[in-house]
Design a protein. Structure first.
Lengths: 264, 264
C-alpha cells in the first residue's frame, strides 16, 4: 500500500483590516503561488475545489488546473471537487484533457454531487434533480474518458450522442474519483462504477469516517473488483506549525474573526 | 491610431506519414510552446480559437488562455473565438476572470456566434436557435463583465438571476470583442452594443472586407459612440518566410496533402 500527501484549496480571499474581503483576484494569484511552493517542498498533489463565494473564489477549478499544469513540472493536479451536477461533463472532460496534454499523467478529477445548493440557480438547474443530474453526467464523463467514440443517451440530455468524438483526448485516461461528503448512497455508487473514493471531511471523529472506508472496501470485495484499485483519498482541514502547542495557539488566534466593539 | 500584431490558432495536430493525424495532445503542447515563442519575439497578442475536430483540437480555448497566462509575462491572450452560442456565458466569464487574475490586464475574449454547426448537437442545443442564444448569452456576459451584481433574465435561461455575484471578478473589466465572419447583422450588433469588432476572414478580397470596416465606422459615428473606441481586429491566414518567392514555394509544397498513388 502506498500513501500520497497533498493539499487542496478553494482559494482564500485575504481579509482586510475592517473585516471585509480583499480581491478574489489576489486569492487566485496566491493560490497559484501555493502550488509552486507545494511542488518545491515535494508534495504529491495539489487540488482545486469549486466554490462561488467572495471568500472562496475558485469557481473554475479546471482553469487553475491548466494554469498550474503549465507552470509546474512534477506535482499531481486535480479538481477537488468539480461540482459535476451543475456543469457540462463534456466541457469538464475537454478542459482536463487539455491540462493532461500539457502535464501528461498528472491530471485527476474528483467529481462531486455538490456540497452547497448555490450552483443550481446560478446555472439554471433545479436542485431537486441533483442526484439524477449527477448520476447521468458522471456516466457520460466516464464514457468519454474510457473510449474514443461515444454513443450515449441519458436523462440530463434531450438528444442522444451518436458515435461522437471529443477532442483533445488525453494520451491515457484521466483518473476520475467519486467525491462524497459521506453519503452511504455515494459509497455504493463508487463501488458500482469501480471508482476510487474521495472523502471530503468537514467534521466528525476518525472512527465515524472509518466506517465509510470499511463499507467501501467490503462492498468492493463483494463485487469482485481488483483489490489494489480500491483507493481512498481523505480531505481534511489541516494546520501546520513547528509543534502542536504553537499550531493550536496560532490557529485559535485567527479562528475567531475580529469583531470591533460597537459600543466604543 | 495604434496597431497591434498577433497570431491565432485552433491548434494543428501534426500529420503522420500515412496521411492520418498524430495526437491532439501533441498539438496542445506545440501550441503552448508557440505562445512562448510569440512572446519571446515580441508579438502583442496570441489568440486561441475553438474547434472540435481531430485536426484542430482546441475545444477549450479558455483552458489554454489560463495555461498561457501562468507561463508568460507580457503578451496579450484571448479566445478567438469562444463559440458563445453553445457555451455557458457565466462559466466563460469565470474561466477568463481566473486568467485575468493570473495575468492582469492581458486577457481578452472574442465572443462568436459559431462558424460551424458541430457544437450544437454536441452540447444538446438546437442550431436553429443560434442567433437567439448568441444575443442572449452575449448580453449576460456583458452584464457580468460590467457590474458586480447582476439581475437579469433572457431567452436562454428559464430562471432569472437576481442580485447575483459571480467570482472571481477581474480587477478591471475584460475586453470583449464581437467576433464575426462577416454578417451585416453582426456588424450592427457590435455597434449597438458598443463593442470592438473582430473579423474572421477565410477568403475574399481586401476591398470586400473593407466594406465591413466602413459600415462599422459609419454606424458607430451615427450612434455617437466615442470614435477612439471603434477598434477593429482582422484575423487572416498568414505564412511567413524570408521573402515572397520562398514563402509561396514552401506554402504550396505543403498545401496539397500528399496522396499516395494507389496504383503503385
Amino acid at each position: 500500500m502506498t500513501f500520497q500527501l497533498g493539499v487542496y484549496s478553494f482559494g482564500n480571499t485575504p481579509r482586510t483590516a475592517d473585516g471585509g474581503y480583499g480581491t478574489p483576484a489576489q486569492a487566485i494569484r496566491d493560490l497559484l503561488q501555493a502550488v509552486h511552493v507545494a511542488e518545491q517542498v515535494g508534495l504529491d498533489f495539489f487540488g482545486f475545489g469549486e466554490h462561488h463565494t467572495p471568500s472562496m473564489p475558485v469557481s473554475s477549478p479546471t482553469s487553475l488546473v491548466n494554469a498550474a499544469a503549465a507552470s509546474t513540472h512534477r506535482i499531481g493536479l486535480g479538481t477537488t471537487v468539480s461540482v459535476l451536477s451543475t456543469d457540462e461533463p463534456i466541457r469538464v472532460f475537454q478542459q482536463l484533457a487539455t491540462a493532461a496534454a500539457i502535464a501528461p499523467g498528472r491530471i485527476e478529477v474528483v467529481a462531486g454531487r455538490g456540497s452547497s445548493t448555490i450552483t443550481f440557480p446560478l446555472f439554471d438547474l433545479d436542485e431537486r434533480d441533483y442526484d439524477l443530474l449527477y448520476g447521468s453526467k458522471l456516466e457520460l464523463l466516464l464514457a468519454f474518458n474510457g473510449q474514443d467514440r461515444v454513443t450515449w443517451s441519458g436523462p440530463h440530455r434531450r438528444r442522444p450522442l451518436v458515435d461522437t468524438l471529443v477532442v483533445p483526448r488525453p494520451e491515457r485516461p484521466l483518473r476520475i474519483w467519486l467525491g462524497t461528503g459521506g453519503s452511504p448512497n455515494s459509497v455504493l455508487r463508487a463501488v458500482e462504477l469501480g471508482l476510487p473514493m474521495f472523502l471530503g471531511i468537514l467534521g466528525g471523529t476518525p472512527e465515524y469516517w472509518a466506517q465509510y472506508g470499511h463499507a467501501y472496501h467490503e462492498a468492493w470485495a463483494q463485487v469482485g473488483h481488483p483489490a489494489e484499485a480500491a483507493d481512498i483519498a481523505v480531505a481534511v482541514h489541516g494546520f501546520v506549525a513547528e509543534n502542536d502547542r504553537q499550531a493550536k495557539a496560532t490557529y485559535l488566534e485567527h479562528e475567531t474573526p475580529h469583531v470591533p466593539n460597537r459600543h466604543g
